[in-house]
Structures are given as structure tokens and as C-alpha cells.
Design a protein around this ligand. Structure first.
Ligand SMILES: NC(=O)c1ccc[n+]([C@@H]2O[C@H](COP(=O)([O-])OP(=O)(O)OC[C@H]3O[C@@H](n4cnc5c(N)ncnc54)[C@H](O)[C@@H]3O)[C@@H](O)[C@H]2O)c1
Length: 321
């Protein structure tokens, strides 16, 4: 028996590996990633090092879009659970290079779900995104809202959900789609607002603030995300499910900068206008999630921001290149 985790060198995937490692499971955990260079490969390598040291973890460099390699992997291990975090992430980059999204998020996803169905995987979890909602002001957004993504990234994530739905309707293959809302925290992505800001403070990078800082995001701490995933893992999956993974606590970017300014030197902020692919605000309803988990207390946002700041300060060198 084994567990497969894709996108294991990525921000959320590797934090989930780390959390599973702490559980000291006897099960073999196979972690894969194509280690692409969308952002620094050094960061990805440093993340892999963290869980590679655990005896039951194995890392393999595999691309989801390579069906034959993936098929061999499913032949080599008897997987019972699959967690798909691998994807071409990033909203704005999807305007520049849509083909990267087709390859990883569409082709790669279909390869993985079809092999999972064939191999009768009992637990199939996959990362979706709040981007599937697009510009919908019916806040806080419930899972049942009509989806209208406004960028190519969101379209590929909606396609994942549609494919998962079709697999349930046609083959009774059960899955859980996780609509993540702006995840932040330790080992975060250097292309996202928070780490970009800290990178500018401590590694003298230039900082651009989009939409003059007027964006509001339902920031969700990565430690909460991985705790939630561990809890969801123990639940019985009875159909094709979708959950908003969010704190239900939207906050403006300026407020976050003001908080960081109390902890660190002030920097020059280059403000710029609204980027077409962006949405102004995200705010998810997490009632369905909380009903399933029974109880879950989210980390206080300021305590999570402080931990993220302190971690970055200690590990700033990883983000230099
Ligand atoms: N971080 C967020 O706030 C957020 C929000 C919504 C959704 N998501 C989704 O959650 C998942 C994880 O996001 P993340 O922030 O950790 O991103 P990330 O870019 O840090 O991690 C994704 C990983 O997948 C790998 N990858 C990409 N294409 C691959 C392929 N074809 N085969 C194998 N590996 C491949 C990348 O090398 C990377 O290490 C993604 O699906 C992302 O779209 C993230």
C-alpha cells in the first residue's frame, strides 16, 4: 500500500508531505514533481530535502504529462490514496504562457485521474482554486455558485472539476476537489504577494503592488490548510465533493504591509494599476468544510503573519536567487 503526492516540491504539496511525515505512518509515500523552473529550482530542492530524510518517503522526478512514466509508477506501487498538488500555478503567467497550463493542468490531470480510476484509488484529492469563481460578488462565495473564471488558469481548474464530475457520473469514481484561497506561510511561493514583499525587504528585490494595494484576499495559512487535509483524509468519501479551503476572513493587502512594517524595515513600494487577469476580492464561505470537520479553529491571521515573517527572516537566503 502507498500514497502518491504530486507537486511535492511545491509550496502546498511539500508542506503536506512534511505534515504526513510527522504522523510517522508506516505507509510508503511516493512524492513526485517535474521541478519546473516557473520559480527558483533551489527553493524546490530545499523543500524536497525536508521530507526525503524520512525512511518511508521517496522522491521521483516525474512529469504528469508523461502518461507512460505515470503508468509505470502506478504499476510499481499499489496506491490507495492520491493527492494532486502538481499544476502550473499563477494567474498572470497564464496570460503569457497558456500552453504550460494545458500541459500540466489539463493533460497531466487527465492522465492522473484516468490512471487513478483504472487502479481503483479509494481517495483522490486534487487542488482546485478560488479562481474558478471569477468576478462574483455574492460574498462569502459558496461552493454552489455558478463558476465563471476570468483567466486561463481558472479555466483549467474549472476543467479539472468538470472532469472529476464526469468521472463520478460515468464511472462512480469519487474525488475531493479543494478550492484553495490565497495560501500563505512558511516556504511560500516567491511569485505571490506576501513572499514577494518579504523578499523585497530582506533580499533587496523590487516590489510592485498591483491595483494600488486595493485587493482583498481570503488569506489562508498553510498550516491550517495541511491540518484540514489531514482531517479530510480520515473522512469517508461518498461522492464527488468540492470544498472551499479558506479562513472566511478577507483582509486588504495594505493592512498586511502595515503589519509587516511594524516588524521590519520600510521599503519603497512601486504601486501599479489593476491587472486584467486579477479579481478585486476573494472571500469564501467555509461552512461546508466546517460541517464536515465538526470542529476546526483557524490560526489567528496576525500570529500566522508573524510566524511567516520570522521564518522568512531566518531563511531569506533560500530566496536570494
Ligand atoms: N498557493 C495558493 O495560494 C493556491 C491557491 C489556489 C490553488 N492552488 C493550487 O494548489 C496547488 C499547489 O500550489 P502551490 O502554491 O504549492 O504551487 P507550486 O507551484 O509551489 O507547486 C506546484 C508544483 O507542481 C510542479 N508541477 C507543475 N507541473 C507539473 C507536472 N506537469 N508534473 C509534475 N509536477 C508539476 C511544480 O514544479 C511545483 O513544484 C496547485 O494546483 C495550485 O494551482 C494554490
Amino acid at each position: 500500500m502507498a500514497i502518491l503526492i504530486t507537486g511535492a516540491a511545491g509550496f502546498i504539496g511539500h508542506n503536506f508531505c512534511e505534515k504526513l511525515a510527522k504522523k510517522k505512518l508506516k505507509t510508503k509515500i511516493i512524492c513526485i514533481d517535474n521541478i519546473n523552473n516557473y520559480y527558483s529550482v533551489n527553493i524546490k530542492k530545499a523543500r524536497i530535502k525536508r521530507f526525503r530524510k524520512f525512511k518511508n518517503f521517496k522522491f521521483l522526478k516525474i512529469d504528469l504529462s508523461n502518461f507512460e512514466n505515470l503508468k509505470k509508477l502506478f504499476k510499481s506501487y499499489k496506491f490507495e490514496e492520491v493527492y494532486n498538488f502538481a499544476a502550473q500555478a499563477g494567474v498572470r503567467y497564464s496570460e503569457k504562457n497558456p500552453n504550460a497550463y494545458i500541459k500540466s493542468n489539463v493533460e497531466g490531470f487527465i492522465n492522473l485521474i484516468s490512471l487513478s480510476k483504472k487502479n481503483k484509488i479509494k481517495k483522490f484529492f486534487y487542488a482546485s482554486s478560488s479562481s474558478v469563481y471569477g468576478d462574483n460578488n455574492n460574498f462569502p462565495l459558496k461552493e454552489k455558485e455558478i463558476l465563471n473564471p476570468k483567466n486561463f488558469y481558472g479555466i483549467t481548474k474549472k476543467m479539472n472539476e468538470d472532469v472529476a464530475q464526469m468521472y463520478y457520473e460515468n464511472y462512480k469514481f469519487k474525488s475531493v476537489g479543494l478550492r484553495f484561497f490565497t495560501v500563505f506561510g512558511e516556504w511560500g511561493r516567491p511569485d505571490m504577494f506576501m513572499i514577494k514583499y518579504l523578499n523585497a525587504v530582506y533580499n533587496s528585490k523590487k516590489f510592485y503592488l498591483n491595483n494600488f494595494g486595493k485587493h482583498i484576499r481570503d488569506f489562508t495559512y498553510v498550516d491550517d490548510v495541511t491540518n484540514i487535509l489531514i482531517k479530510l483524509r480520515s473522512k469517508k468519501i461518498s461522492k464527488n465533493e468540492i470544498y472551499n479551503i479558506c479562513s472566511n476572513n478577507p483582509i486588504g493587502l495594505i493592512k498586511i504591509i502595515k503589519f509587516f512594517e511594524k516588524l521590519s524595515p520600510k521599503i519603497r513600494i512601486n504601486k501599479r494599476g489593476f491587472q486584467k487577469a486579477d479579481v478585486y476580492k476573494t472571500h469564501g464561505n467555509n461552512k461546508k468544510l466546517l460541517k464536515t470537520l465538526k470542529i476546526y479553529k483557524f490560526t489567528n491571521i496576525y500570529s500566522a503573519l508573524k510566524k511567516t515573517h520570522d521564518w522568512f527572516f531566518k531563511n531569506k537566503k533560500i530566496y536570494l536567487k
